[in-house]
Write a protein that binds this ligand. Structure first.
Ligand code: PHE
Length: 341
């Protein structure tokens, strides 16, 4: 029995020394010292010993047990220390390793164009206003001298929210003319960029949502000459000092007289090419002198004040500026497209 216990001790100590982790140590403890362990089953046999042998054997058994326990505790400490050391090493941060570059986005080409425009107008003393995309028909049409049953108010062109056609997605940024005149003290110099909506099918040149920028000046003694001079200045800052412009008569319900502004094609110099669709000219925007009725609708006396306004599509400007041939590219957020700018 003595030999058996000593042999168990040797085996246990050897196993403890070979153990590489605390889990193994625990299974060694169970194997030798556990309730159903080797030592326990030896001790159970103590009953068969004589009364003289029993105390010495019991003493030895206890010694061996505490020896194994001591070995286990010691090994556990060593292993835990080694594990901590390993963790410290593996989790250490090497600040000299080159970092992985974070992909930073950049401004969308259309917003670059818008920013350029904002800078130009702010430089001339215009303030930037923001208005609602969900608008009252009163602001989008009626107060802009576009009465009920005017063809521009057709259900086929406009997204209405209500049966009575009172609430809609604005079809233009022009309602901001009304909002500015109602809310701002005179004189007014403002621009207002934003989204507008029309029932158009998506194709290379159409989208049911697009962007416009509205501009308006209201003051005493403002004339068509101011409109032309200001817009000429803006166009030259965008397209270059030598850009040739053309103001062509047009009609809008809320301006009188009205015009459209074209620039001579910067690609072909006016001979006609794919960029200007053979026209030699590129249409840029609609404009005009604010209609006296519109001024009156906003409580402004047209005999004292006058003003001019313009509205311009932003997508078209970006397409022209960056030689983009499909409007859809502006909205699709394809990185391969956007990264070119
Ligand atoms: N709102 C007009 C359009 O969408 C443009 C415009 C604005 C014309 C202001 C004249 C004055 O076509």
């Amino acid at each position: 029995m003595k030999d058996l216990m000593k042999k168990l001790r040797e085996q246990a100590v050897e196993a403890i020394h070979e153990a590489q982790d605390v889990e193994t140590l625990e299974s060694i403890r169970v194997k030798y010292l556990g309730k159903k362990g080797e030592m326990t089953s030896v001790l159970k046999k103590m009953g068969s010993l004589s009364a003289e042998e029993r105390p010495a054997m019991g003493k030895l058994a206890n010694e061996i047990k505490s020896e194994i326990e001591e070995e286990l505790a010691q090994s556990r400490r060593t292993l835990e220390e080694r594990m901590l050391q390993r963790r410290l090493e593996s989790e250490a941060v090497d600040v000299t390793i080159p970092g992985s570059r974070i992909a930073i986005g950049h401004e969308h080409p259309m917003y670059s164009v818008l920013d350029k425009l904002k800078d130009i107008f702010v430089g001339m003393g215009f303030e930037i206003l923001e208005g609602p995309e969900v608008e009252l028909a009163d602001y989008n049409f009626t107060k802009l001298n576009t009465p009920e049953n005017h063809p521009a108010r057709e259900w086929t062109d406009t997204f209405y929210f209500t049966e009575d056609s009172n609430i809609l997605l604005r079809t233009q940024t022009s309602p901001m003319q009304i909002r500015a005149m109602e809310e701002k003290p005179l004189p007014i110099r403002m621009i207002s960029p934003g989204r507008v909506y029309r029932k158009d099918e998506v194709d290379a040149t159409h989208s049911p949502m697009f962007h416009q920028i509205e501009g308006m000046v209201i003051d005493k003694g403002v004339t068509m000459g101011d409109l032309k001079a200001t817009l000429n200045l803006v166009v030259k800052q965008i397209y270059g000092e030598n850009t040739v412009t053309r103001f062509r008569p047009h009609h809008f319900p809320f301006t009188e007289p009205s015009c459209e502004l074209d620039i001579r094609c910067h690609k072909c110099g006016g001979k006609g090419c794919p960029t200007c669709k053979g026209e030699g000219w590129i249409e840029l925007l609609g404009a005009g002198m604010v209609h006296p009725k519109v001024l009156r609708n906003c409580g402004i006396d047209p005999d004292v004040y006058s003003g001019w306004a313009f509205g311009m599509g932003l997508e078209r400007l970006a397409l022209g500026e960056y030689k983009i041939n499909d409007l859809r590219l502006i909205y699709e957020n394809d990185k391969r497209f956007l990264e070119q700018f």
